[in-house]
Design a protein around this ligand. Structure first.
Ligand code: FES
Length: 171
């Protein structure tokens, strides 16, 4: 199912089509303020869903910083993403309790349904799979989150039904 995975080339194409003018507006709000980098990155990511090289260059230009310094911030904080992410981010807990109760099989169901593995995004930009460590709901293991919604006590079959419901949602 490799064709379902967002290839680097496709990601470049997505980037090229984007209108980056919102970045200028966001940076204008923070210009000259101390500690502007993180809030600017958060706002830009909120707007575009991720932070591409072109976006980082534009931010750097606006804030009079080097892109290198900005990348330093992006790589330090796990909240920032440099590739497009799906509309629905499926987080499958791979902590011990969930692992013991078969969360590995649930990840496989995601792969079967959408052709994506851990860290990958489907080519229609609808789903991203992220395997994460304990999300603090071990009593309901195995647990997944889809965006901010939590689903527990799953079986592979139940998970598959939930994924198919999301796949049917509006595009
Ligand atoms: S191990 Fe999955 S919620 Fe704790």
């Amino acid at each position: 199912m490799a064709e379902n995975i967002v290839e680097k080339k496709e990601q470049e194409e997505v980037k090229e089509e984007l209108d980056l003018s919102a970045i200028d507006e966001i940076c204008a709000e923070y210009k000259g303020r101390k500690g502007a980098t993180i809030p600017v990155l958060q706002k830009v990511q909120e707007h575009y869903g991720y932070l591409s090289k072109e976006m980082v260059d534009r931010i750097a230009e606006n804030l009079n910083m080097s892109p290198h310094t900005i990348y330093g911030v992006i790589t330090f904080y796990a909240q920032f993403y440099t590739t497009p992410r799906g509309k629905y981010v499926i987080r499958v807990c791979r902590g011990t309790a969930c692992h013991v109760k078969g969360s590995g099989r649930i990840s496989e169901v995601v792969t079967e349904e959408f052709g994506i593995k851990n860290g990958e995004t489907s080519s229609d930009l609808k789903f991203t799979l992220e395997e994460v460590s304990c999300i603090g709901a071990c009593g309901m293991a195995p647990v997944i989150m889809i965006n901010d919604k939590t689903y527990g006590n799953l079986t592979p079959e139940k998970a598959r039904e939930i994924f198919r419901e999301y796949a049917k949602k509006d595009d």
